[in-house]
Design a protein around this ligand. Structure first.
Ligand SMILES: Nc1ncnc2c1ncn2[C@@H]1O[C@H](COP(=O)(O)OP(=O)(O)OP(=O)(O)O)[C@@H](O)[C@H]1O
Ligand SMILES: [Mg+2]
Length: 263
C-alpha cells in the first residue's frame, strides 16, 4: 500500500479536474504558439504538478523542456540556466551572457534543433530586474509570439504584480493565461476517492458529510485536502473506525485552527 495523500504523485496517477484539463490545454497552446504565457493559482492548487504533467505530454522529439524555480530570480541566473541547458558555459558579465544566448538561439534555429520550452515557476518571487528583462527575452519586434515559449507560473500575487502600470508592456504580450482555482465540492470528493483507490485502499470510507467538511476546510486546494485527509485517516485508523465521519473531520479542522491560533 502507498500513502494515499502523499506529496509526490506519479504523473500517470494524477487526478484531472476540469480546471486541470483546461489549464493543460492552454499550456499546450502556449508552447505550440511560442507564447509568453501565464499560469497563476492559489497556493497548493497544483500548478507545479501541472507543469510536470505538461513536460511529460510534450513530444520529446520536438521540445527540450527547461524548468527554472528560484526565489529572487535575476537575469544573470535566467540566462545562465538557459545557456547551461544548450551546452554553453555562461560568462560572468550579463551583456556577454545575453549576446551568447542570442547567438545560441539563432544557431539552434538554423540547425533545426529542438525548441526550448521554458517554464519559470515561483515567478511571483522574480526580481524586478527580471520582470523588466522579460520584454527583451521575448523579442522586441514581436507582439505576442516570442522566440521560444516562456511560461510564468506563480501564486495569485503574480497577477496583481502584472497589473502594475510599469509592467503593462509585458502584460500585453501575454495572450494566453489561466488561473487555477480550488476543486469544487464534487471534484473534491472525486479527488479523495481517486487518491484512495490509487493507493489500493478501500477502507476507511469517507462519509458524504465528511467529504463536504473536507471541501469546506480546504476550499478544494489539493495540498490542504491531502493534509486534512491524512490526519482524518490516521485518527480513524487509530480508533479502528471503518467510516470517517463528519465529526472526525471537524475535529481535525478544529485542531488546525487551534495550532494556527497558537503559532
Ligand atoms: N492533479 C493532481 N493530482 C493529484 N495530486 C495533486 C494534483 N495537483 C496537486 N496535487 C497534490 O497537491 C500538492 C500541491 O500541488 P503543487 O505543489 O503542484 O501546488 P502549487 O500550486 O505548485 O503550490 P505552490 O503555490 O506552493 O507552489 C502536490 O504535492 C500533490 O500532492
Ligand atoms: Mg508550486
Amino acid at each position: 500500500m502507498t500513502e494515499p495523500f502523499s506529496r509526490q504523485v506519479e504523473v500517470s496517477a494524477l487526478f484531472e479536474s476540469r480546471g486541470h484539463r483546461e489549464a493543460l490545454a492552454r499550456l499546450m497552446l502556449m508552447v505550440e504558439n511560442r507564447y509568453l504565457g501565464l499560469l497563476t493559482g492559489e497556493v497548493g492548487s497544483g500548478k507545479s504538478t501541472l507543469i510536470r504533467r505538461l513536460f511529460q505530454s510534450l513530444d520529446a522529439k520536438l521540445y527540450h523542456p527547461v524548468y527554472i524555480a528560484r526565489s529572487n530570480l535575476k537575469p544573470r541566473d535566467f540566462y545562465g540556466e538557459l545557456l547551461r541547458q544548450v551546452g554553453e558555459v555562461p560568462p560572468f558579465a550579463l551583456p556577454k551572457a545575453k549576446q551568447l544566448w542570442t547567438e545560441a538561439l539563432e544557431a539552434r534555429r538554423e540547425q533545426g534543433d529542438k525548441a526550448l520550452a521554458v517554464v519559470v515557476d515561483e515567478a511571483q518571487e522574480m526580481s524586478e530586474t527580471m520582470l523588466g528583462e522579460l520584454r527583451f527575452v521575448v523579442g522586441h519586434q514581436m507582439d505576442s509570439c516570442s522566440l521560444f515559449p516562456l511560461i510564468l507560473v506563480g501564486q495569485s500575487e503574480l497577477r496583481r504584480i502584472l497589473r502594475l502600470k510599469k509592467y503593462e508592456a509585458i502584460a500585453q504580450r501575454m495572450p494566453l493565461r489561466y488561473h487555477l482555482s480550488g476543486l469544487d465540492s464534487e471534484e473534491t470528493a472525486q479527488y479523495i476517492r481517486h487518491q484512495m483507490s490509487a493507493a489500493g485502499l478501500t477502507t476507511p470510507v469517507f462519509s458524504e458529510s465528511a467529504l463536504i467538511q473536507v471541501h469546506a476546510g480546504s476550499q478544494g486546494i489539493p495540498r490542504l485536502i491531502n493534509q486534512i485527509c491524512t490526519q482524518g485517516l490516521y485518527d480513524a485508523t487509530q480508533r479502528g473506525h471503518e467510516v470517517i465521519e463528519e465529526s472526525h473531520i471537524m475535529r481535525v479542522l478544529a485542531d488546525y485552527d487551534r495550532q494556527r491560533g497558537a503559532s
